[in-house]
Write a new protein. Sequence first.
Length: 156
Amino acid sequence: MKKRFAIISLCLLTLASSYAAAQQSLVDDPVAFEQKHFQAQCKEASFSGAFASRIDINNDGLTDVVINEGELTCEGEKGPQCNDDGCPYNFYVQVAEGGYLLIATAQMFGYEMEKRYGNMVLDMKMNPRFCDRSGGDPCVIISRVRGVKFFTISKK
């Protein structure tokens, strides 16, 4: 019985440590973190005032951060990672324990936040293929963020 308990304990400990290693690290300041990353990637990096937006995206009362990589100029090229699908946006959620957690990266043309039924939602403008369409106007994916997860409400 003791041997079986020891094996079960070892398996649980291994599983717990694997789970902890898979978890993402918290970032103290996502703006500084992202800027440092790009300053290491580019010989010359500059950031416009629209590079970072501070807004509560998950309705928890804490200020979150959205990074727009299209507002990065790297070695004279604005938005080097932008393409026909738009530019990369990184969504960081502030957690009550302190720090921020990167919860999503999306390639899109832009977004708007608006309050619907008492909750903030994201209207994300994306390539029409993300709404199973070809050509035409960008599609709009409406999402709500709960905790650290995005939930799609609708696609237009």
